[in-house]
Design a protein around this ligand. Structure first.
Ligand code: NAP
Length: 261
């Protein structure tokens, strides 16, 4: 018999995912921790059990490997999970033409295919229960493609788009879907991408705990899109309003005058 809600967090071995695991444990959730590094997951699981007295399951999986991804989908489809945090992700070293075909496939598999498949698995289970929460880690770069190489930001724009679509479809059926768009946050992601966070300008980098705590306030406020670093939320509201105002004009039989010869 299940006694606590359960949160499944991907990429829980370090960085933002490890903080989400900690925060959901503090909120009284049991955890399922997913990542590749079994040792780090075991150490975090032990700490969470000791500090919060919660049940913690470790699911060691490479989300870019078909069999491993299928095991995580099966875990979600068992029907006892309440929260999915689609957090595992990577960025690239260098630009589009600096990377091998394998590296390009890898980032799309991890940042796009895996969270898509896990959203589908969780969505099926959550819709059957009439409740459940999906949190997708996008990025502010989803809104700023000019700032980076384009592949990473493209994967994050995809997740923002997917989250907004799923929120529109599933929230009337009792589910919650939130896209979180962090700015630069102090994790190992930067070092893996060959960037030194200590070289960033002052005031540019958010601490991981602050970012996750802000994102959870956004979740509690009922936001579909949360931008932890954005000081003035009227700016994002204006972007949304402009986008939605354009919607009725986006499919017409008539060719506009500027495109007629
Ligand atoms: P991080 O410190 O590099 O952590 C990434 C996590 O993903 C690790 O737990 C890693 O664990 C896991 N992971 C990587 N490859 C995996 C794979 N093939 N299968 C399963 N798990 C895998 O990165 P982070 O900064 O915390 O990033 C978390 C999310 O936030 C990402 O989606 C990222 O794009 C997003 N984000 C980060 C920032 C930032 O500035 N840090 C800004 C905006 C958005 P293992 O190595 O153990 O597998």
């Amino acid at each position: 018999m299940k006694t606590s809600p359960i949160a499944l967090v991907t990429g829980a071995s370090t960085g933002i995912g490890a903080v989400y695991a900690d925060r959901f444990a503090r909120r009284g959730h049991a955890l399922v921790l997913v990542a590749r590094d079994a040792q780090r997951l075991a150490a975090l699981a032990e700490r969470l059990r000791t500090e919060h007295g919660c049940a913690v399951e470790v699911l060691t999986a490479d989300l870019t490997a078909a069999d491993d991804l299928a095991r995580v989908e099966a875990r979600l489809q068992r029907g006892d999970i309440d929260v999915l945090v689609n957090n595992a992700g990577m960025s690239l070293k260098g630009g589009l033409i600096d990377n091998t075909p394998q590296a390009l496939d890898q980032i799309i598999a991890l940042n796009v295919s895996a969270p898509t498949r896990l959203c589908a698995a969780a969505g099926r289970a959550f819709l059957a229960q009439g409740r459940g929460t999906i949190i997708n880690l996008s990025s502010v770069l989803a809104l700023a493609p000019e700032m980076f190489e384009g592949v990473y930001s493209g994967t994050k724009a995809y997740l923002l788009n997917l989250s907004q679509a799923l929120a529109a479809q599933w929230e009337p059926q009792g589910l919650r879907v939130q896209a979180v768009l962090p700015g630069a946050t102090r994790t190992e992601l930067w070092e893996k991408a060959g960037r030194d966070v200590d070289s960033f300008p002052p005031g540019f980098l958010m601490e991981t705990g602050d970012m996750v705590d802000a994102a959870l306030v956004g979740l509690d406020l009922g936001e579909t899109v949360t931008l932890p670093p954005l000081p003035d939320d009227a700016q994002f509201a204006a972007l949304q309003a402009a986008r939605l105002a354009m919607a009725p004009n986006l499919s017409r039989s008539e060719v506009p005058a500027r495109y007629r010869r």
